[in-house]
Design a protein. Structure first.
Length: 458
């Protein structure tokens, strides 16, 4: 009886501790990793590094000099040499460690063993990045950072750079318009495409940039940001009037660049330019970012007259995509589906969109439209996005690289408030004045009447 009582007294706290640990790991994975998971994985890495590398085939035969030195000083067995390990640097989401590859090894050898390293050291994932020739960095992620997105505190943001999502390796996904000028974003209903667009607009609202929108759903997606928009078209008819104005603006900017290119034999090289970024800052026109929501609505036609209008709009979009970058005009094209079946010019327009972001889609063909021509292996990842993970997407570009990302939650009210606070940054573009949306005024709250003083009576 005494032993049973003692067992209950000891087992009760242990059970509570185990239950608390399991609850923390499920609900607060960052706290669990910092307190328990990180130290355990570090101990595993330090104690088993050489044996794990040997089991993964990441060791090489020692040099003759090393063999002679070992035999001369000790009698222990000469073992294969693993990559030289640097210091282990803990982070809030995992560990980082640099390896100097042994002669004859390449980064692909380490990347091929990433899954084995993950299981050996008890982490969620292992990613390999090349730092310089002969040196790679292992980024060990301790838990699924996309389950509950928390953006890093320090993000490399700047002009025309928007940290819009988190990658699966715990690094921020930054939309850089100077590097990737045009992008195609696809996603089914409730996939998180609107949240992604919301982050882009909110991030650009505080920058000296002109925001232009085409929203053929009567403006329900972009109208809340009207205070920060320089122009907004809410149906195909208005879009057909807005696009020629943007093309004319692009041509005027090329005329400005050409006028500045008065190249003479003595002109310094740094003063010769072929885009707006080479112009003096006081002469440089403001960049324009064009958001096109539900791009398929611009392609749909019912009559022959609609077909003529569609062909004109598609031609103008293609011209903006082909020539707009040097003029400081960038495209953000969004839709549920985008492919050759939309009509003439659709494939040509898609080919000009360097960046690709594919949220959950309804069929494999839609994923192939977004990623099949740049990263075929990413199609399966896009088709595996679950409906209960809104905001999860696969991002790629024409370089062939891709990764899974997820956008953090941002309410529509908060994004609209950011745009209202940045309304004073709307640039003065006379050509877009006729298309500037009306901003609804907030109702003035009537203050409650002040309480009148009551006379003092007995």
């Amino acid at each position: 009886m005494t032993d049973l009582t003692t067992l209950l007294e000891v087992g009760g706290p242990l059970a509570a501790l185990g239950g608390g640990t399991a609850y923390t790991r499920a609900k607060y994975p960052a706290v669990y990793w910092s307190a328990i998971g990180g130290p355990i994985s570090t101990a595993r890495l330090l104690s088993s590094y050489s044996s794990v590398m040997e089991a993964c085939g990441l060791t090489v035969a020692p040099s003759r000099l090393r063999v002679l030195a070992v035999k001369a000083t000790t009698r222990r067995e000469v073992r294969p040499v693993p990559p030289r390990r640097g210091l282990i640097r803990p982070t809030s989401t995992g560990l980082r460690i640099r390896l100097r590859l042994a002669p004859g090894q390449e980064p692909a050898d380490v990347a091929a063993s990433a899954e084995r390293l993950r299981h050996a050291w008890g982490v969620h994932a292992v990613y390999v990045n090349t730092v310089k020739p002969g040196v790679v960095e292992l980024r060990l992620v301790g838990y699924d950072v996309l389950r509950r997105v928390r953006m890093p505190r320090k993000v490399d943001s700047g002009f025309l750079k928007v940290p819009v999502a988190l990658r699966e390796d715990a690094t921020p996904f930054v939309r850089d318009y100077r590097t990737v000028p045009h992008q195609l974003t696809l996603g089914a209903t409730l996939s998180g495409k609107s949240m992604y667009l919301r982050h882009l607009i909110a991030g650009l609202a505080s920058q000296p940039v002109a925001l232009v929108g085409i929203d053929c759903k009567r403006g329900v997606e972009l109208a809340p940001f009207a205070a920060r928009l320089s122009a907004l078209a809410t149906d195909p008819d208005e879009a057909a009037e807005l696009l020629p104005v943007l093309v004319k603006e692009m041509e005027d900017r090329y005329d400005l660049i050409k006028a500045r290119q008065g190249i003479t034999p003595g002109t310094p090289d740094e003063e010769i330019t072929s885009d707006v970024w080479g112009l003096p800052e006081n002469e440089r026109p403001v960049p324009i970012v064009l958001f096109v929501d539900e791009v398929a609505e611009l392609f749909l036609t019912a009559t022959r007259k609609d077909e003529e209008r569609r062909d004109e709009m598609v031609t103008q979009l293609i011209r903006l995509a082909q020539l707009g970058r040097a003029a400081g005009i960038y495209l953000e094209v969004c839709g549920q589906r985008f492919g050759a079946e939309l009509g003439k010019g659709a494939t040509m327009l898609r080919a000009q969109l360097t960046g690709r972001v594919c949220h959950r889609v309804n069929d494999e063909a839609s994923a192939k439209m977004a990623l099949g021509d740049i990263a075929p292996e990413a199609v399966d990842a896009a088709c595996a996005v679950a409906p209960e993970m809104p905001g999860l997407a696969v991002a790629g570009d024409t370089s062939g690289g891709w990764s899974r990302i997820r956008t953090p939650y941002l309410s529509l009210g908060d994004a609209a408030e950011i745009c209202r606070e940045s309304a004073h940054l709307v640039p003065d573009l006379p050509a877009l004045k006729p298309f500037q949306p009306d901003v609804p005024t907030r109702p003035v709250e009537t203050p409650a009447p002040a309480a009148l003083p009551h006379p003092v009576t007995d």
